[in-house]
Structures are given as structure tokens and as C-alpha cells.
Design a binder for this molecule. Structure first.
Ligand SMILES: Cc1cc2nc3c(=O)[nH]c(=O)nc-3n(C[C@H](O)[C@H](O)[C@H](O)COP(=O)(O)OP(=O)(O)OC[C@H]3O[C@@H](n4cnc5c(N)ncnc54)[C@H](O)[C@@H]3O)c2cc1C
Length: 466
């Protein structure tokens, strides 16, 4: 290992992108992963029945298609599968609202809010990759055309708002308000807090810009392609190797795909930086259920069957309430539930598999299986009769499989306004640490959570420049 130019610790999408970026620049890279398999949030496995492929973490990889880090990699053997409908939002007393790849078709389903949808979400999509790149590289380097900066300011004026405020100002219908709430709730923020609208606008805009695809065969295929690329460049990838102390690592460059808490535990750090990392906050957790089904979910509105992602929880008001409860440390009896039905796009996962999760208080020990299934039954009566097997993951289970999911927080730390700017510390280059040659690259660095690899790309870029 001492022969390595760079050691990357952790093989989530950020660690993998960092490793491949360094290896492509001619560095001899060793990648060390604590788990038995590579990928972190990209891992897949047979969680329920033999032959059924489930993603342990991410399934919908719109960010990977939009991210400059991934678009530059041109990986072999990775196919993206698009569902007929990007996302659906069923409601109790009316047809489900559908998000299509086509913004106009989506707007047609929103009645009086058609124009407002095109003027807000549609405008985000029309601004295209230059705007998305600015949002994924909030601290630069910027090579976007001047027009993109104007679009970013326009996006920022709306995106800086709480999702509840934005939804009520921009839209008049129950449908459009619920739809944007379901999008914004991916942020795991209280929807009454600033910038929660921005997450909703960006995610909905991506549905029109690049779609909300899955990786054919499971997200693991993407991780495996990155590991194969690293090895083809002469790099080494070792699983089952947990790094406990930084002092174990002998290389001029070390890139850590870990969160501040783990970094604090493994390194001797200057007192000032240590104190700043100790201020980093982790957020609400997630309770996740995977099912093997004997057929598709019997949605009351058949249009939902074609959707890759389904947002459950009803109206803007209901979703905002349930998200506020989780953030405040209370278990919601009718939570916002994020459902992914991979079979809507990918027939290669061994049959009908489904996953869903809801947000729960940080580290909550409460079993949410029944509550989640009741929310699904609300829109799909008879769902439970389709269940052949189920697998559950509490916040503690999630953290046991991946130590970056502290207290079940799948965002690598609260992604509110303060920690969007101070991630994990306030700095023009927060990937750099005070230790020479040591960089952080996880979702606890800008631009935060999701499969975009930008933290890894930024850390590798700085390491190569030094
Ligand atoms: C249930 C769930 C659903 C999600 N859904 C989506 C989605 O649909 N779309 C999307 O874009 N994003 C989704 N995400 C978020 C996405 O997976 C993460 O934002 C992303 O994986 C973060 O990447 P990362 O490289 O920072 O870290 P991770 O993917 O968390 O990987 C970190 C890796 O580092 C390893 N590691 C940690 N400490 C050590 C150590 N000391 N030594 C060695 N190895 C170590 C871990 O074992 C892990 O493999 C989801 C996440 C979860 C958990």
C-alpha cells in the first residue's frame, strides 16, 4: 500500500469518482472499503428472495445523468432505464398527478396551474445543464455562460423560499401544491424552512431535463463499472477493510468518503478545525422497507403503475406536517412515503420488487413497517396481499451497513441553508482539510447528498492541483 500515490477511503459514488479521476490523471490509487461490497449508497443485493435484486440505497439516478462528474466518465456497460412516467403523486379523492419527461404534458395535467408549472419547474429544465452545473458546483470552478448566472439568480429567488411558501405563491391547485411538496420532501427538511423549495424545483426540473432513470440491473452495476474502470487504470480496490486511524495510511494523498463524525474519530486535528467539525449537524433518519411482490402494486389509479417513483402522503399540508414531525423528533402516524417501483422501468431485477421509506426522527428505534404499508394501502387497496417477503432497515440498520448514514441520515448531514453554505465547514474549498494531502469528499461536502459524484470530483481536482 505504501506504493500508492493516493488512498481513497470509502467506495460510495463520491469515493469512486475521486478514485477514477485520480487514476485517469495517472496516479496509482488504492481504494479501501469497509463493507464486503463496493458502492456505499449504490449497493444492490438479494434482500428478500433469491434472485430478487434490491438497491440498498439509491435507485433513481437523475443526478448522475445531470452531473458533470459522471457525464465526463462515459462508463462502459451501464444502461439507464426510464419509466414511462418519471413520478406519480396519488391523491385520495381525485386522479393521481403525473410528472412526465415532457414538461408540457405534465403541465396539461395541472389544469389552472399549467402555466405556473412551465414558468417555474419548466424554466429550471429549460435552463438546462449550465444551470444544473452551477447548482452542483456552488463554489466553482465556473465555466458557465453568463446567461446561466442570470438563470441561477432567478432560480435562487424562488428556490431560497420554504417549499410551503413557494407552493402557495406559485400554484393554486391542490395537485400542483402536493406535487412540489412531494419533490421538496426529498430534502428531509421541514418544508417551512428556507431553500426547501430549491430542492423541489431542481428535482422536478431534472425529471424534464434528463428523466428519473434507474440503472438497468440495479445501482450496483454503476458501482461495479467504476471499480472496473479504476482497476483497468492500474488501481487497486479492496473491500472488507475499515480504516480506523488515518495514521494507518501511507500515501501523499488521502481522500476520505466519510462524514465529519468519522473523520473526528480517525484523525488528530487542529483544535479550531475540530471544533468546527463538531458543530456539524446530522438530521432526521430513514426507515426503509423492501418487498418481493407476486405482481405489480394494485394502485387505485392505474396511471401510477407506469411511474418509477411514487410520492405518498396526500396534500401539501399533510406532507409538510409529517416532515415537520420527523425533524422535530416525533414519529408521524401518516408519514410522507417515498416509493420506488423498479419494475416500471427495469424487468431484469428478478420480478416485482418494491422499496419505500419514510423520514423518522434521528436514530428512531420505532418500527415503521405497518405505518408505511398502511400509507400504501391508502392508495393501493390489497397491496399487502401481494407481499411475498419483506426486509426492513431501521436507522440503526442503515448505519450498520454504511457508517456514513449516521442515525439513519441518508443526506450526510442536515442540508438546510446553513449547512448548504457550511458543509462541513465554511470555506471556499471545504473538501480540503488542515492536514496536508488529506481531503474530504462525502455527501457531507458540497453539493451534498445524491448520486452525482461531485464531492469526489472536487476533492480529486484539488489533490491533483496541489
Ligand atoms: C435508502 C437510500 C435511498 C437513497 N435514494 C437515492 C436516490 O434514489 N437517488 C440519489 O441520487 N441518491 C439517493 N440516496 C443518497 C445517495 O445514496 C447518497 O447521497 C450517496 O450514496 C452519497 O455518496 P457518498 O460517496 O458520499 O457516500 P456513501 O454512498 O454513503 O458511501 C460511503 C462509503 O464509505 C464507506 N466507509 C465509511 N467509513 C469507512 C471507513 N472508515 N473505512 C472504509 N470505508 C468506509 C462506507 O462503507 C460506504 O461504502 C439514497 C440513500 C439511501 C441510504
Amino acid at each position: 500500500m505504501s506504493a500508492a500515490d493516493a488512498i481513497v477511503v470509502g467506495s460510495g459514488p463520491n469515493g469512486l469518482v475521486a478514485a477514477v479521476t485520480l487514476a485517469r490523471a495517472g496516479r496509482k490509487v488504492v481504494l479501501l472499503e469497509a463493507a464486503d461490497g463496493f458502492g456505499g449508497g449504490l449497493r444492490s443485493g438479494e434482500l428478500t428472495l433469491p434472485g430478487r435484486v434490491h438497491d440498498l440505497g439509491a435507485t433513481v439516478v437523475a443526478m448522475a445523468l445531470a452531473s458533470p462528474a459522471f457525464r465526463g466518465l462515459e462508463l462502459k456497460g451501464v444502461e439507464f432505464a426510464h419509466p414511462a412516467v418519471a413520478a406519480a403523486h396519488p391523491l385520495d379523492d381525485r386522479p393521481a398527478v403525473l410528472v412526465h419527461r415532457d414538461a408540457r404534458r405534465t403541465a396539461e395535467g395541472l389544469g389552472r396551474d399549467a402555466r405556473a408549472w412551465l414558468a417555474t419547474v419548466g424554466a429550471t429544465a429549460r435552463a438546462g445543464f449550465p444551470l444544473v452545473e452551477l447548482l452542483l458546483k456552488p463554489l466553482g470552478p465556473w465555466d458557465a455562460p453568463p446567461r446561466a448566472f442570470a438563470q441561477a439568480i432567478r432560480f435562487g429567488l424562488a428556490g431560497a423560499l420554504p417549499a410551503t411558501t413557494f407552493a402557495r405563491r406559485a400554484f393554486r391547485t391542490t395537485e400542483a401544491r402536493a406535487l412540489i411538496a412531494g419533490m421538496a420532501a426529498h430534502s428531509k427538511l421541514d418544508l417551512r424552512s428556507p431553500i426547501s423549495a430549491g430542492y423541489g424545483l431542481l428535482l422536478a426540473g431534472l425529471a424534464h431535463l434528463v428523466g428519473w432513470p434507474l440503472v438497468r440491473g440495479g445501482s450496483q452495476v454503476l458501482a461495479d463499472a467504476l471499480v472496473a474502470e479504476l482497476r483497468s487504470l492500474g488501481g487497486e480496490a479492496v473491500s472488507g477493510h475499515r480504516v480506523r486511524r488515518l495514521a494507518e495510511l501511507d500515501a501523499p494523498t488521502v481522500v476520505l468518503d466519510v462524514t465529519p463524525r468519522q473523520f473526528l474519530a480517525m484523525a488528530e486535528l487542529p483544535a479550531g478545525y475540530r471544533r468546527r467539525l463538531q458543530r456539524f449537524r446530522y438530521g432526521a433518519g430513514v426507515f426503509k422497507v423492501d418487498w418481493a411482490l407476486d405482481g405489480p402494486v394494485p394502485w387505485r389509479d392505474p396511471a401510477v403503475a407506469g411511474a418509477g417513483t411514487v410520492h405518498l402522503g396526500g396534500t401539501l399540508e399533510e406532507i409538510a406536517l409529517s416532515e415537520a414531525e420527523a425533524v422535530a423528533g416525533r414519529v408521524s402516524p401518516r408519514p410522507y412515503v417515498l416509493v420506488v417501483q423498479p419494475y416500471a422501468a427495469d424487468p431484469t431485477r428478478g420480478g416485482h420488487t418494491l422499496y419505500a421509506y419514510c423520514h423518522v426522527p434521528h436514530g428512531s428505534p420505532v418500527d415503521m413497517t405497518g405505518t408505511i404499508e398502511t400509507q400504501i394501502e391508502r392508495y393501493a387497496p390489497g397491496f399487502r396481499d401481494r407481499v411475498l417477503a419483506r426486509h426492513t432497515m431501521s436507522p440503526a440498520d442503515l448505519e450498520a451497513y454504511n457508517p456514513n448514514l449516521v442515525g439513519g441520515d441518508i443526506s450526510g448531514g442536515v442540508a438546510d441553508l446553513v449547512q448548504f453554505l457550511r458543509r462541513p465547514v465554511w470555506s471556499p474549498a471545504p473538501w480540503r482539510t488542515p492536514l496536508p494531502g488529506v481531503f474530504l469528499c462525502s455527501a457531507s461536502t458540497p453539493p451534498g447528498s445524491a448520486v452525482h459524484g461531485m464531492g469526489g470530483w472536487q476533492a480529486a481536482r484539488l489533490a491533483l492541483r496541489d
